[in-house]
Design a protein around this ligand. Sequence first.
Ligand code: SF4
Length: 389
Amino acid sequence: MKNNQDNKLGLYIHIPFCREKCDYCSFYSVPLINYRSNYCNEIINDFIDILLIELEERSTGLSNYIADTVYFGGGTPSLLNPTQIGRILNTVNRFFKMDKMPEITVECNPGDFSIKKLKEYQELGVNRVVLGVQTMNAKLHSAIGRSADICTDRLLSDFAGFPDIVHCIDIIIGIPGQAGNDLLKELNEITCYGFEHISAYTLSIEQNTPLYKRYIPDRDFNDLQRELLETTIDYFINAGYIHYEVSNYALPLYESKHNLKYWMFIPYAGFGPGAHSFYNGERFYNPNSIEKYFKYKGRILQKDERTKNSEIVEYILSGLRLSYGISLTDFKNKLQIIVPDKLYEKFIELKARDFMNIEESNNDTIVRFTKSGFFQMDGLIYEMVEMFL
Ligand code: SF4
């Protein structure tokens, strides 16, 4: 998974709207339920007007790159009708140098799904759709306070039968009340369709969410989540998927090119409130505020000042999520320093504890978690990076 993609760029378009807020969600999004219904489409159109300004203006500083991925994330991008997605893609195509066959992804909630809509997205160039299933178990769906509609078997089968796109599914595992059998039932339901890509995110219960008010995770819950993660990894590997990132599984050649950029320190530019960027060796972000975004006509980009230590932390945090692990040559090329001795000593210590593999290959050293290391990833990464905090 070495790359030579320094002149390639991922474009991330953040659509900050959702119908309602889910109880577990700590991402930035604007619930449209707070607006009068006849104003919702208007606010989305106003947002797109500004997004187009941001895309056009920032494209000049990115003219040395070729965009090979476009990712509509959120929020809920599928709230946008095909005309709205088309306006954005027209601007992207007009102002950015594009790869011949860019990967173009749209996240879609079950409530917005229709074959007609998907067909129209596809005609615009969308070639990857991520269906946010999360859970098909009604009890668990309500346990996490998911506002989007529950995904039905019929919908899943319609999605699976839609031709000539990469079918991606997002699910959540480790929900309070989820037993091993519940999980296996869902994994069976999903894998029988042969979807090319599956993301199975372990639920994170953040303090600033309504879910935390009714469920505070304890040690038992963390152990249960670890067991369910283990079940999930084994299940998908046995089903023929490549487990390429801690939460991501793909049939061969169907990994998300766009998301790999985040974990591999490959340049990407994010647009819309709350979006992050990394290019020309620097990091930037747009603050989480639709009000500021409107007020300053999309001109809210801030530079995220980094120290060398914070770059090391970030490299370790992202790179070790990949099953491939990190290449120490890549570390040196991207961060312009060799791996500090104290960090390398930590790798050796974790290898002795059977949590890491260190392999020499093609004049490079590859460091990656073992299976048992993966299950304790958060704690082990903390052990590695605390010396740089
Ligand atoms: S739909 Fe997604 S982004 Fe929106 S509130 Fe729910 S979890 Fe958050």
